[in-house]
Design a protein around this ligand. Sequence first.
Ligand SMILES: C[S@@+](CC[C@H](N)C(=O)[O-])C[C@H]1O[C@@H](n2cnc3c(N)ncnc32)[C@H](O)[C@@H]1O
Length: 275
Amino acid sequence: MTYVELLTEPRLDDAYYHSANASRVYGCFLGDSQNYPADREAARAALAVAPWVQQSARINRAFQVQSYTWARDTGVRQFLDLGCGWPHHPVLYDVLDRKFPVVYVDHDPGVTAHLSTELDQGDATTVIRADIMPTASFLTSAPMRTAIDLDRPVAVFLGDVLPWWPDDTVVWQAMSELRAWMPAGSILAITHLSADFAPSTVAALASTYAEHGLAVRPRPCEEIAELFGDFAHQGPGLCATGRWHPEGPYARRPAEHSAAFAGIAVKPTDKRRSA
Ligand SMILES: C[S@@+](CC[C@H](N)C(=O)[O-])C[C@H]1O[C@@H](n2cnc3c(N)ncnc32)[C@H](O)[C@@H]1O
């Protein structure tokens, strides 16, 4: 396993453990033990305003795992998990049976430290601590250039990462650069919080997170659609996360429980490195 730090901040200091953290709050909903009082308070407050929020975390996680398998079955043989979060097994590494190169990127020092020990046996595994906004710092980094062959398609996952970036300009720029970098035939899978299914509850949820120091921005369907550029949507297209995989355990749940849209799209073959 290769482990690279491209960031010096934030550190694993007091502030890190005493403030709520997106990755750990999400982990509270998935039953993780890696969380602290500030995370649990934020999770409890979120549940009080949006009782389905735990369900939506589970729906999101199930979508990621099903999408890893879906992407593998298309024949793609290299994978990039951006904002991969705490290792909630099965992770890509498990689904791919350690056979194909996987790069995990997260800016959270606790997440990457944990990944680097848990996934230590995989030669094909690269863990990078980096900020994916902006993209240039990690896309052009030496470990990325070693791990990912830009002459072949790559499957890129952005599960519940972009809502934690309220600044549209930053997100749009990062996505444009990412799509341009992806080789033709590559797969882009995104899930994104939205208020479209339950406007007042999701607005209350965002305010509650803000009170706990977590800035989150739900986006409407049409803005989430723009994150995919001109990539060709697969399956049912952009829809409530639980419904993308019709055979999945959450396909019949109300869209409100997903509280997010999911899409999987492929970069056109005649548009190599253009977005
Ligand atoms: C809610 S978790 C989602 C984890 C995983 N992708 C999933 O869907 O199960 C969001 C993750 O995105 C990471 N993240 C948010 N913004 C990021 C950024 N700019 N650069 C790198 N990681 C980021 C957080 O640290 C966190 O681990």
